[in-house]
Ligand binder design. Structure first.
Ligand SMILES: NC(=O)c1ccc[n+]([C@@H]2O[C@H](COP(=O)([O-])OP(=O)(O)OC[C@H]3O[C@@H](n4cnc5c(N)ncnc54)[C@H](O)[C@@H]3O)[C@@H](O)[C@H]2O)c1
Length: 312
């Protein structure tokens, strides 16, 4: 099923039952050990819950607390970015939805109580303005999740100059420009977290989508390099690397287009070891985890969330 705003749970009615949850406090702590409470007094804890079934897509036993926390989500109008924005908002963060799609950004932002910022992340000046605006409005910037992305499904031989330039400008450039603007602020203000959307194809190669796979490889290296450069400044950079996720991007530009429900189910069964496509929330919850103190020792990581695909 395509991600539908109308199908979202009411943000005021979290799907996470309080009785089976424990809060993960995320009033931002830097990645350096300075300032961390001693072991044993740390208030972030994952509580063992019932084992998720193969079809489970929701966080039933983990609840994040992102109060006093500002998050920017690029590509936040649709798909996985929209789910990241929703999870942040449900957990109390001030959220900015950054997207080229003005109508959808406004709709998403209104549904979750966020602020929409419309523009193109391939424009470095826009990225600088977005960071400055978020800081001016909330006085802080704790996390940036870069989910904006574009794909042209063409082999290397078919790929045009424009396909190449657009993929590199949006996917690689957007992650660099947003990451640079965020890192400059975060390093000067005690730290922060950046999570970039890479892809299994950024490591494995992507036959039939050369420009996209190449741009995602660049995303991985931008992430690793920022992570190493800023590891002692309290700024963490990580990548979430999805496999095949049932989003508007996959339905409109997947291996088969347009992809109907039966074809999506068949493709998941055939291609993914777990036998199904991911739902956007299943990737979003990992991105949000990476922004939390529960991931305080993670930087420079490529986190594959792919139902086993890259292990084959
Ligand atoms: N769907 C998958 O199977 C899959 C797999 C691996 C990685 N990814 C990556 O995950 C991320 C999210 O993808 P999705 O599947 O949720 O896609 P989606 O198409 O549902 O959402 C992408 C959003 O990015 C926005 N966007 C595109 N170009 C932009 C730009 N230049 N500036 C600002 N916003 C822009 C779009 O308007 C859209 O709202 C992307 O980076 C994508 O490459 C997706």
């Amino acid at each position: 099923m395509l991600c539908s705003l109308n199908a979202w749970p009411d943000p005021k009615t979290p799907t996470l039952p309080a009785s089976s949850s424990q809060l993960i406090k995320v009033g931002f702590r830097p990645a350096t050990t300075a300032g961390l409470p001693a072991l044993g007094t740390y208030d972030a804890a994952l509580v063992p819950g019932p084992a998720p079934s193969n079809q489970s897509t929701a966080m039933k036993n983990v609840k994040f607390d992102f109060s006093n926390f500002t998050a920017l989500v690029t590509g936040g109008a649709s798909g996985m970015g929209a789910q990241v924005a929703r999870l942040f908002a449900q957990a109390g963060a001030d959220v900015f939805v950054v997207d080229t799609n003005a109508a959808l950004a406004a709709q998403t932002a209104e549904a979750i109580g966020a602020i929409a910022m419309v523009g193109d992340v391939s424009d470095p000046e826009f990225c600088n303005r977005v960071v400055a605006d978020a800081v001016a409005r909330t006085g802080r910037l704790d996390a940036v999740v870069n989910a904006a992305g574009t794909i042209a499904r063409r082999t290397g031989i078919e790929t045009s100059n424009e396909d190449w330039q657009r993929a590199m400008a949006v996917n690689a450039g957007g992650v660099f420009y947003m990451g640079r603007a965020a890192a400059r602020h975060m390093r000067a203000h005690g730290g922060g977290v950046v999570v970039n959307f890479g892809s299994i194809w950024g490591e494995l190669g992507g036959p039939g989508a050369l420009a996209y796979a190449s741009s995602k490889g660049a995303v991985h290296q931008v992430t690793r390099t920022f992570a190493l450069e800023l590891a002692r400044d309290g700024v963490r950079f990580n990548c979430v690397c999805p496999g095949e996720v049932d989003t508007p991007m996959l339905r409109a530009a997947g291996r088969v287009v347009p992809l109907n429900d039966a074809q999506a189910a068949e493709m998941g069964q055939r291609v993914v070891p777990m036998g199904r496509l991911a739902q956007p929330q299943e990737i979003a919850q990992v991105a949000v985890f990476l922004c939390s103190d529960a991931a305080s020792y993670m930087t420079g990581a490529m986190v594959y969330v792919d139902g086993g695909y890259s292990t084959q």
